[in-house]
Design a protein. Structure first.
Length: 162
């Protein structure tokens, strides 16, 4: 009878993600060619076992309700944080990969997704989680332009409610 390989065990990077577990409210801005949209909502971040975190958010875009889910974990074989993003207002499935900064405060997550300017093809994106304190973090989203410049188009500030 063959032995089953051991289950993966959490490492420091998993514990870094686990500091975000809890209930949050957020207020942010999303910029587009049509103008700036203010959005607010709630988010619950919970453990999915010891290796994964689920970020579930509720907000509105205009009058339309929007729900989103982020999954994040750490893959020791890659030496990178990995995850995904889906939202009810889009059909794209986004995958994430990133490396924590040296100060262990900022986690940039690289992704590729559909262009938002109406042109065909894909673009490079980067979402970022910045830990401000145990009860506050900032989430930013950037898009890389054709000239290589990065444009920040969304910023949200999250505060812990429990």
């Amino acid at each position: 009878m063959s032995e089953q390989p051991p289950f993966a065990q959490p490492v420091a990077e998993h514990r870094w993600l686990q500091q975000l577990e809890g209930n949050w409210k957020f207020l942010g801005e999303c910029k587009s060619p049509e103008g700036t949209l203010t959005q607010e909502g709630t988010q619950t971040i919970r453990k999915f076992g010891e290796l994964w975190m689920l970020f579930e958010a509720d907000t509105k875009m205009g009058e339309d309700p929007v729900k989103s889910i982020i999954t994040l974990g750490f893959d020791p074989a890659k030496g990178k944080f990995v995850g995904s993003f889906i939202a009810t207002m889009m059909s794209s499935f986004w995958t994430y990969e990133g490396t924590l900064d040296a100060a262990k405060k900022v986690l940039p997550l690289d992704s590729v997704g559909p262009r938002m300017d109406g042109k065909p093809g894909t673009a490079q994106y980067q979402d970022e989680i910045e830990i401000v304190s145990k009860d506050e973090y900032i989430f930013r989203a950037r898009l890389q332009q054709d000239d290589g410049q990065w444009i920040e188009f969304m910023t949200s500030r999250y505060t812990r409610t429990s």
